[in-house]
Ligand binder design. Structure first.
Ligand SMILES: [Zn+2]
Ligand SMILES: [Zn+2]
Length: 205
């Protein structure tokens, strides 16, 4: 009897350790892509197309770049006014043009001997590196659904997270709570400690 109680306690302890491990330390490709920008994090730039200011998204884009940059000394995403293509997160705002129900999306592009090639997110997840990420935000869809300013800032922060090789924390084993890298919109204007832990695991502290 005693021995059985003891083994139950041990089992519960082990289960809680396993749970804590999954809740706080999953950096598998479910949450972090193997592939990434070919350029160093301190050499990255972001280029806001003129549509960004035209639709009033400048604050959201600047906030995303600066908050992620602050999360790692290995990252410094500088703003540029002309598009250098390489090492660039290019941001465009469109109006009722994305696939239905997409507030924003990102595409990845690699420069090869044959020219520019688009790389799927699954290829990036599995280890393909890239030279350029393009973010498109759909102003019309965001406004039609009444997204608040903070929610719009989160949407852009989320897409920048993808550009920096972070996937969705709602992918199993999921991290509970609201983060920039969950797939449902929230009003966080900064990445959470869980977001930052994944970023620094990928890019360094
Ligand atoms: Zn994780
Ligand atoms: Zn996403």
């Amino acid at each position: 009897m005693r021995r059985k109680q003891f083994s139950i306690v041990i089992t519960a302890l082990l289960l809680s350790i396993v749970f804590v491990f999954y809740a706080h330390a999953d950096y598998s490709t479910a949450h972090v892509y193997k592939g990434n920008f070919k350029q160093k994090g301190t050499d990255l730039v972001y280029f806001p197309d003129s549509s960004v200011s035209a639709y009033g998204w400048t604050g959201a884009v600047d906030n995303a770049a600066s908050k992620w940059s602050q999360a790692s000394t290995q990252l410094n995403i500088r703003k540029v006014s002309s598009d250098p293509n390489f090492g660039t997160i290019a941001v465009f705002v469109v109006n009722n043009q994305l696939p239905p129900s997409a507030y924003a999306l990102i595409t990845f592009h690699e420069h090869t001997s044959l020219g520019w090639r688009t790389r799927s997110w699954t290829a990036v997840r599995d280890g393909t590196n890239f030279d350029r990420a393009r973010i498109q935000i759909d102003h019309g869809y965001c406004m039609a659904d009444g997204l608040t300013q903070n929610e719009r800032w989160m949407v852009v922060g989320h897409e920048f997270g993808h550009a920096l090789s972070l996937d969705h924390f709602c992918n199993p084993p999921a991290h509970s709570g609201s983060h920039w890298q969950t797939n449902s919109v929230n009003a966080l204007t900064s990445p959470t400690s869980t977001d930052k832990a994944h970023l620094t695991w990928k890019w360094g502290n």
